[in-house]
Design a binder for this molecule. Structure first.
Ligand code: BES
Ligand code: MN
Ligand code: ZN
Length: 490
């Protein structure tokens, strides 16, 4: 889809229109303007009850080749982000069922509660791109696209620059989201750690600002990453740690922001095998890595003046004669020893060594993103990612970015009592925190390995993919993280 911003006449034979109608029979400015020219046709349609301001109501008027799509938009100034998304979805779906090729979108006149034009445009583009996503690489018969809709012009009399910036940000975020979804939806017989590494290498080919390094098991062994390696023992697919270094800060020596993604391309649980039901969904256990990859795509497109290092911790957790066992004691790269009580708590083992590894970059801060615990889904459901942090400023910055981007996250407490649950009889730490507060104790476990930099952890177990009919990766939290990085640009 092509997007632009213009102050343009509403009446154009070859361009169709989105026009807002609000509750209480209130016409938007564009609707009023058009109504005059159409000799009261809109007022009449509203009076007849053929269309109303109720969200979801819609009426298409035909004027020659022009389609005037009147859209119910609820109460002006009180429209929520969710309602706005529904409005855009409905309008675009309707337009796709008409002959319209270009739309002049006057839904820019919808005022989202506490938001300005920038967000109106940004959320519109993100919503449309999101809805256009399909993953059918593995279908012999591709779905047909009968829609002719190719261009959306945002109609606005002022703040062109804001609207243009919103398009720029939204298209970059959307391509990041798409990149994340594409690798996340890819099946685990194809998307293995080497595949992730290959994507990281290709990204470096596409962008001159990115340099990729891939670390294999031999080097991990030398580095003492024994917790990470233990998880990989049961798989024939070699573990690969992919490091994407993006350097574009005006001061090349500026400390980098490091993003670490859990990249379990499949998590069967290992010897502590998971039940069969829905086990296919554990191909999504690399969604943290996928989102980091998506973010790197987006910031390369935006050329943000920052130094950012994205790390994908690729690995596979399978049961096997060579697999690690409950009872094993592992010496991590940090020197701390860990008693394995459950081989299905593997994410924290892969991450703890990766979090030690990234110390070499002298990070300004580190954020890890992981489908880490089912307990997080129990605690927060599927709408908020879990946030755990040892640094209040960083946590607040992430909360702010989550709110702005409407990619929600909720902070969980991390006080020292939780460490008690990680005590092991035989090693420095256990990889299991017992029955209660599992999302927090997983974070508490990681916090033992992040003492040398400000750190936050996003548990995306509930938000990274959808189940049921709409099964598929969501690309979350790419927009949260890109927003966080946009806010870091001074
Ligand atoms: N990848 C899973 C977490 C997960 C489970 C995410 C279901 C999304 C849906 C993780 O590796 C895991 O298995 N965690 C265990 C930890 C437990 C053994 C302490 C869990 O949540 O059950
Ligand atoms: Mn697991
Ligand atoms: Zn896992």
């Amino acid at each position: 889809m092509k997007y632009s911003v213009k102050q343009t006449a509403l009446e154009q034979e070859n361009k169709s229109l989105f026009i807002a109608i609000f509750e209480n029979q209130e016409l938007s400015p564009a609707a009023l303007k058009l109504d005059l020219k159409l000799k009261g046709e809109i007022t009449e349609a509203v009076k007849n009850g053929e269309v109303s301001g109720k969200i979801g109501r819609i009426l298409v008027l035909r004027h020659g080749a022009q389609r005037i799509i009147l859209v119910g938009c609820g109460k002006q100034n009180e429209v929520t982000e969710r309602q706005y998304k529904q409005i855009i979805q409905k309008a675009v779906k309707t337009a796709k069922e008409t002959i319209a090729t270009t739309i002049i979108n006057a839904l820019t006149e919808v005022k989202i509660k506490d938001r300005d034009l920038y967000w109106n445009v940004r959320f519109a583009v993100e919503t449309i791109e999101e809805d256009n996503y399909i993953f059918e690489q593995f279908k012999s018969k591709k779905s047909e696209n009968n829609s002719k809709l190719a261009e959306i012009i945002f109609y606005t009399e002022e703040n062109h620059e804001q609207a243009e910036l919103a398009i720029r940000h939204a298209t970059a975020i959307s391509s990041g989201v798409k990149a994340a979804k594409d690798i996340a939806n890819c099946p685990p017989n194809i998307c293995n750690p080497a595949y992730l590494a290959e994507q990281a290498n290709q990204l470096a080919h596409r962008s001159s600002l990115i340099k990729t390094t891939v670390i294999g098991e031999k080097e991990m062994k030398k580095l003492g990453m024994n917790a990470y390696l233990a998880v990989s023992c049961g798989s024939k697919n070699e573990a690969k740690l992919s490091v994407m270094e993006y350097r574009n800060h005006e001061n090349p020596n500026a400390k980098p922001i490091v993003l670490v993604g859990k990249g379990l391309t499949f998590d069967a649980g290992g010897i502590s095998l998971k039940p069969a039901a829905d086990m296919d969904e554990m191909k999504y256990d690399m969604c943290g890595a996928a989102s980091v990859y998506g973010v790197m795509n987006a910031i390369a497109e935006l050329q943000l003046p920052l130094n950012v290092i994205g790390v994908m911790a690729g690995c596979e957790n399978l049961p096997d004669g060579n697999a690690y066992r409950p009872g094993d004691i592992l010496t991590t790269m940090s020197g701390l020893t860990v008693e394995v009580l459950n081989t299905d708590a593997e994410g924290r083992l892969v991450l703890c060594d990766t979090l030690t590894y990234v110390e070499r970059f002298e990070p300004e801060l580190v954020i890890d993103v992981a489908t880490l615990t089912g307990a997080c889904v129990v605690a927060l459901g599927q709408h908020n990612s879990g946030l755990v942090s040892t640094d209040d400023n960083l946590a607040q910055d992430l909360e702010r970015a989550a709110k702005l981007a409407n990619d929600k996250a909720w902070r969980l407490p991390l006080s020292e009592e939780y460490q008690e649950q990680l005590k092991s009889k035989f090693a420095d730490l256990a990889n299991l925190g017992g029955r209660w507060g599992g999302a927090i104790t997983a974070g508490a476990f990681l916090s033992n390995f992040t003492k040398n930099y400000p750190w936050a952890h996003l548990d995306i177990a509930g938000t990274a993919w959808l189940q049921g009919q709409n099964k598929g990766a969501t690309g979350r939290p790419v927009s949260l993280l890109v927003q966080f990085l946009l806010n870091q640009v001074k």
